[in-house]
Design a protein around this ligand. Structure first.
Ligand code: XMP
Length: 511
């Protein structure tokens, strides 16, 4: 498979570069800059991209790649730090920008030499997104200057003969006009990619590989009903159906009809589908608990216990399958960052289940590719395009202590909200939306009588990475309709509020 190697120097947009490449139907992998050279070479990349990064290339301890890479005869595109690294390694000079005017941050009008292969077919002028405090004082021999801004004569450099290109700006971000076209030019004009990375092909290759690897072995998978584990299950079902056991632990805190929907989606495959309705067990453990972190802990532990019991019934398995996806693989740890929430994912499994090896068939895929693969495998759209749902489920959307009655109430209200969001087409605009049952009760009047019922909060956010989020500007008519329906149709709720807080300072979930 033709591969683009993305060498990661620690920039914040590195995953975005990988996404852009894959969107052009070219496979790529992100590797740390200090990966042993033999390993990188064994990937036989048709092109290499150096990412940006927070360092200055002229310092002794700045990240550098073994210069042998420049002798491979493989085209290289350096972005921001990657550009400076390329220039510096090949004999150029990079210095701190002497005055403020040579530092560039943000949107910058840039003029391109469209005779350069990287800018072929583009307008001669456009806005690019800069973020650099260093300056290329001298470009290496053999390089031409191929783009300039008012502040900087060498915004881009190119050695067309060797296929080496550098840009000081970020073509991968949306703020750079025609940035995607530049990446496409690098892939197709410079690296001569064929662009054959499609999910249909991937599906067939993955199925063949899984069959080779698994042979006649037994596979066990914990199915949560989320996108990743559902697609992993479908892929394995297609590859080795009867050898697969999917354990779906329903903790009783799923959304309305969710358990049945998941079960139904897998009915077409010949596999061992084990659904454990463990709602009673979980509710018992959660009785009287109102601390969010304790709820997460209890659910996580209980989940493991139930899963273990089921795994024992299956007996010794050869492979434990997991729905790990590419961002989980390449994301670096948060370091010393404070723990805001433990984010317990109930997919976290005990390491003492009796198995020999792990299979992670989605390890190389981004989320949108996982969804695409799910569609190729014939999973229903409601499963494939599902918004994220936290592992602990409704437990962290019922503020305070949890009872079956509250869970039922919230399920109904949440279903109405989701139904109306879809009807209004707003489900395509908000990235996550749900109802929260607060523990506040207030006085209302219904008919001629007084009520003293719960307040329900609606939450809808727009976000690209779920690390920061803004509240969705939902139409008033939609909010009105949802509010009217919920107070009329759901017993126990007499007041609806809409959460208009961004993250930060709030979080997306209430607990
Ligand atoms: P917050 O509330 O931290 O949520 O802004 C960010 C994203 O993470 C989800 N979330 C969780 N997912 N287990 C999960 O698997 C958890 O305990 C958990 N808590 C929050 C949340 O739904 C949002 O998408």
């Amino acid at each position: 498979m033709e591969t683009i190697l993305i060498l990661d120097f620690g920039g914040q947009y590195n995953q975005l570069i990988a996404r852009r490449v894959r969107e052009c139907n070219v496979f790529c992998e992100v590797k740390p800059y200090n990966t042993p050279l033999e390993e990188l070479r064994a990937m036989e990349p048709i092109g290499i991209i150096f990412t940006g990064g927070p360092n200055s290339v002229y310092l002794d301890d700045s990240p550098r790649v073994d210069p042998d890479i420049f002798t491979w005869g493989v085209p290289i595109l350096g972005i921001c730090y990657g550009c400076q690294h390329l220039a510096y390694s090949l004999g150029g000079e990079v210095t701190p920008a002497q005055d403020d005017s040579a530092r560039e941050y943000g949107k910058t009008v840039t003029r391109y030499d469209t005779g350069c292969r990287l800018f072929k077919g583009l307008p001669e002028e456009g806005v690019s997104w800069m973020s650099h405090g260093d300056y290329m004082a001298k470009v290496p021999e053999g390089f031409a200057l191929t783009a300039r801004s008012d502040a900087c004569p060498n915004v881009a450099i190119a050695d067309e003969a060797r296929g080496f290109y550098g840009v000081q700006f970020h073509p991968e971000v949306n703020h750079t006009e025609h940035g995607v076209d530049m990446i496409r030019n690098f892939l197709f004009e410079v690296c001569h990619a064929r662009g054959e990375w499609t999910m249909g092909d991937y599906k067939n290759t993955a199925i063949t590989r899984l069959r080779e690897k698994i042979g006649s072995g037994k596979v066990l998978l914990a199915l949560s009903g989320g996108v990743d584990s559902s697609v992993a299950a479908a892929l394995l079902a297609e590859a080795v159906g009867p050898q697969l056991t999917c354990v779906f632990v329903d903790h009783g805190l799923m959304r309305l009809n969710e358990g049945d929907e998941v079960e139904e989606a897998f009915a077409k495959w010949d596999l061992n589908f084990v659904r454990v309705d463990a709602g009673d067990r979980f509710l018992l453990k959660l009785a009287g608990v109102d601390d969010p972190e304790r709820k997460r802990k209890i659910i996580g532990e209980e989940f493991i216990r139930v899963f273990e019991e089921e795994a024992k019934k299956v007996g010794a398995v050869d492979f434990l399958a997991q729905g790990t996806i590419y961002p989980d693989v390449i994301e670096s740890g948060a370091g010393d960052a404070a723990v805001i929430k433990s984010h317990h994912n109930v997919g976290g499994l005990p390491d003492y289940v009796d198995f020999k090896e792990i299979v992670e068939p989605l390890r190389m895929l981004f989320k949108d590719e996982v969804r695409q693969l799910g569609r190729e495998l014939g999973l229903p759209e409601y499963l494939v395009s599902r918004q994220p749902f936290p592992g602990p489920g409704l437990a962290i959307r019922i503020i305070g202590d949890i009872t079956r009655e509250k869970a039922d109430t919230l399920r109904l209200a949440d279903a109405i909200f989701r139904e109306e969001m879809a009807r209004a087409g707003e489900d395509r605009n908000a990235n996550q939306y749900f109802a929260v049952l607060t523990n506040t009760r207030s006085v209302g009047v219904m008919g001629d009588g007084r009520t003293y019922d719960y307040t329900l909060a609606l939450r809808a956010v727009t976000t690209s990475d779920f690390m920061t989020a803004d509240w969705a500007r939902l139409p008033y008519e939609l909010l009105d309709k949802v509010s009217t329906r919920i107070v009329n149709e759901v017993k126990g709720i007499n007041r609806i509020v809409y959460d208009i807080t961004s993250k930060p300072p709030a979080t997306i979930e209430w607990e």
